[in-house]
Design a protein around this ligand. Structure first.
Ligand code: ADP
Ligand code: MG
Length: 467
């Protein structure tokens, strides 16, 4: 980690806690401390008094200590922030610091809700009113993030230029949906009045979600919401019209029932369908980003050319980014990296977990790891657990179609899959579509017909189950 990276991480943490970026003197103190400079030297370079630097530094260490939940001083800043970064690049998915951050309750300075007006200029130190009110308590920590330039540009274009009201980011677990949404915030935050990260991890009923969103946007507790959910929705929509809010609803798959076709709501959660439909259809000035490994079917019913609703299917990272992940994890045998990346379809989480397995069992030798591939797969306990969770969510017909598809030597076409299944063809069609929506089966055109193939990592998992 270098000083610029350390400053970036520290700035993100401070921004999430206070809603404000580090100012110039705070940055200078962190940079100087990193370089082992004395406060008097920092004061001299900043052309201010020693005591002023000392006071600002003392408050800064106190704030960083609270965020990192350990005593951070001038001499321990470097090791503390490095430890934080290592922790988060290993366990990027877990909320460590964010769960202890406060909601920033700065009032809105001005509304950015005017539709069709050109986007305001980017925020600078001089116009702090461009900083939105944030609540990112439930967001994942900012971790090392490679490229995704193309996807970030697409998302920015949809949300800022095209003013989309509803954007879904779909893809299998570990592909980086939460990470890209988190990075997008940094890129576009000045265009919004307020930004709220809402996690579906605990499967909140729609009433809870509506209350949380309404309270955040109007910036006060709301005790007088009507009983009828339609009326609560109407109130939220009014707020979404009056200001420009960015809402990220993460981990959407938690709204859906396991052992059913993908996108089947849990009992009592069906009214989320109306929520997504209304947010996509109604005229308002805000944007909801929905990330999920299972789509809400209501979002997919908007035609691709519908103004205001877009879907991004996120697949693995680029080969160059995947190589950087392997490099970061100290793997050897670079000539075999391409094979490893293909095996895991450049899924960053799968690659990180497999890198750990290769380091533990094969001292980082990718060739040695791959040499076992023809006989059986070593997925490692952590990755196996993640794949198992996905497998357990499948409906019985999906499992049968999956097994039938894996039994074929080459990618199978529809007649081949139908032949191996005893039940109704309609069930097979639905199961295939559901598996495709989950990103577990890939379709491609071969000899002018559509063929289906289970993604390699999942193939390995199912084969391991059969042995
Ligand atoms: N572009 C990227 N570069 C490096 N690491 C990434 C990238 N995208 C995601 N990751 C890492 O991969 C892991 C899974 O990402 P996450 O966003 O949690 O996936 P998802 O939300 O799709 O399940 C996390 O550790 C995250 O930091
Ligand atoms: Mg996620």
């Amino acid at each position: 980690m270098d000083i610029n990276e350390a400053l970036r991480v520290a700035d993100e943490l401070v921004l999430a806690k206070t809603g404000k970026h580090l100012d110039n003197l705070q940055q200078k103190i962190l940079r100087g401390s990193w370089q082992g400079k004395k406060y008097s030297q920092i004061a001299k370079e900043f052309k201010c008094g020693d005591r002023h630097v000392g006071n600002v530094a003392s408050k800064l260490w106190q704030m960083i200590s609270e965020i990192l939940e350990e005593n951070v001083t001038k001499s321990s800043f470097r090791s503390a922030i490095e430890r934080y970064q290592v922790y988060h690049s290993t366990f990027g998915d877990f909320n460590f610091v964010q769960s202890h951050l406060n909601v920033c309750t700065e009032p809105l300075h001005h509304s950015k809700a005017k539709q069709n007006s050109p986007p305001p200029p980017p925020a600078t130190e001089e116009n702090p009113q461009d900083k939105p009110r944030l609540n990112l308590r439930d967001a994942p920590a900012i971790a090392k993030f490679y490229r995704r330039t193309c996807e970030l540009t697409t998302l920015e274009n949809w949300i800022i230029q095209k003013q989309c009201r509803l954007v879904a980011i779909l893809g299998i677990s570990g592909t980086g949906k939460s990470a890209i949404a988190r990075h997008l915030i940094t890129q576009i935050q000045t265009q919004f009045d307020c930004i709220f990260w809402h996690s579906f991890r605990t499967s909140p009923p729609l009433e809870t979600t509506l209350k949380k969103l309404t309270e955040f946007i109007c910036d006060r507790p709301v005790t007088d919401l009507p009983d009828r959910i339609e009326a609560q929705l109407a109130i939220l929509l009014e707020y979404l019209r009056n200001s420009r809010c960015l809402i990220i609803c993460d981990d959407g798959q938690q709204l859906f029932q396991g052992e059913q076709l993908s996108g089947t709501y849990k009992t009592g959660y069906e009214n989320y369908g109306t929520f997504f439909k209304l947010l996509g259809e109604m005229d308002h000035n805000s944007c909801l980003i929905f990330t999920s490994s299972e789509p809400a079917l209501e979002i997919l019913t908007f035609p691709p050319d519908y103004q205001g609703v877009q879907v991004l299917y996120l697949t693995g990272v680029s080969e160059a980014a995947a190589r950087e992940i392997l490099q970061q994890n100290d793997l050897l045998d670079q000539d075999k990296w391409g094979e490893l990346i293909n095996l895991f379809q450049a899924n960053p989480l799968y690659l990180k977990l497999t890198a750990r397995t290769i380091n533990n069992l094969f001292a980082g030798r990718v060739a040695a790891y791959l040499s076992y591939q023809s006989e059986f797969s070593i997925l490692g306990d952590e990755l196996t657990l993640i794949l198992q969770q996905q497998y357990q969510r499948l409906s019985p017909t999906e499992k049968q179609v999956l097994n039938a598809s894996i039994a074929q030597a080459a990618p199978a076409n529809l007649p081949q899959l139908l032949k191996t299944y005893q039940g109704s063809p309609t069930d097979v069609f639905s199961a295939i579509q559901s598996l495709v929506r989950r990103g577990l089966i890939a379709q491609k055109i071969h000899n002018q017909e559509t063929v289906f193939q289970v993604i390699p990592a999942f193939q390995q998992y199912v084969k391991n189950l059969q042995h």
